[in-house]
Design a protein around this ligand. Structure first.
Ligand code: NAD
Length: 290
């Protein structure tokens, strides 16, 4: 089985490396030539463009920023669709709008090419460890066929429903993460202003009901003033835009998500769009005059 991998960024690069380590033949492509060279040094092949990559692969994985990039790379002029063989599969692991997944799926199906939307959660550390949580939408039999490939990058791979369902699950994930970082930020600021060491508060509460994966990942970053991404505010704004578009489409109000979206927009205006989403804490520090 030959696997094409397009998009070797913070997440895609370690995910592709894990596939090489698992023994798969990989063909890689990215606008960033440095990342391509890194994979080449590990034994991956390279391709000139999307069409050349797609022609030679049975599986084509995309790990790109958002819907417009996925649509351009897969459906655009010179896109994967022009080279992909009938019976092959595109596994889009980017976090994109569910409606965009359905559009890409429909166009590929017409050419006899399968598609799964399989976004991930866990960030760079889990991408490196190969322990990501993958949430998958698409045809059940296609999911079952490629389950083992996805498991080479993951700790869990869960089927959630028809095409687009993977990205609905991811949007739910992003709501919980955004609200959780805000909650952790509010709690740590409260501790500090009340004259109690936030580090000790964190240690005291992390084993109780308030503890979470988000708290363990982000509280230390907030206390260390380490806002290197990780997951950039810009990308989280992108996801919350997709959340709000989807929630309006299905008619469900999400008042707290809307509030966090405004907080993120304010942080972005302060020049923090490229920082980790842990920098939500800075908004609260400003409010509290810290
Ligand atoms: P990134 O910006 O680091 O990587 C994107 C890569 O895509 C870059 O290397 C870029 O050069 C490449 N690219 C863009 N357009 C291209 C094109 N036309 N052709 C070829 N390559 C192209 O982003 P990331 O952090 O790796 O995130 C990728 C996806 O995964 C996003 O949808 C993001 O929301 C999601 N995600 C990220 C994290 C995280 O913690 N960073 C966690 C879970 C999910």
């Amino acid at each position: 089985m030959k696997i094409g991998f397009i998009g070797l960024g913070i997440m895609g690069k370690p995910m592709a490396k894990n596939l090489v380590k698992a023994g798969y033949n990989l063909v890689v492509l990215d606008l960033n030539k440095k990342s391509v060279e890194e994979l080449k040094a590990m034994g991956a092949e390279t391709a000139e463009n999307n069409v050349e990559l797609a022609k030679q692969c049975d599986v084509i994985i995309t790990m790109l920023p958002n819907s417009p990039q996925v649509e351009e790379v897969v459906l655009g002029e010179g896109g994967v669709i022009e080279g992909a063989k009938p019976g092959s599969v595109v596994i889009d692991m980017s976090s994109i709008a569910p409606l965009s997944s359905r559009k890409v799926y429909a166009a590929l199906e017409e050419k006899g090419v399968h598609m799964l939307d399989a976004p991930v959660s866990g960030g760079e550390p889990k991408a490196i460890d190969g322990t990501l949580a993958v949430m998958v939408g698409g045809k059940k039999e296609v999911f079952e066929k490629y389950h083992d490939v996805m498991m080479k990058m993951a700790g869990s791979v869960v089927y959630v429903g028809e095409t687009g369902a993977g990205n609905v699950a991811k949007l739910c994930n992003q709501v919980v993460v955004a609200l959780n970082i805000s909650a952790v930020s509010e709690a740590l600021i409260l501790a500090k202003k009340a004259g109690v060491d936030p580090e000790l508060v964190y240690r005291a509460i992390r084993g109780g009901l308030a503890g979470s994966t988000v708290m363990d990942a982000k509280a230390p970053m907030i206390m260390d003033r380490n806002f290197n991404p990780g997951f950039r505010i810009d990308l989280h704004i992108k996801d919350l835009n997709n959340v709000i578009e989807t929630s309006h489409g299905v008619g469900v109000p999400l008042p707290l998500t809307a509030q966090v979206m405004e907080i993120m927009q304010a942080i972005k205006l302060d020049g923090c769009g490229v920082e980790d989403h842990a920098s939500i804490a800075k908004y609260y520090e400003k409010l509290a005059n810290i």
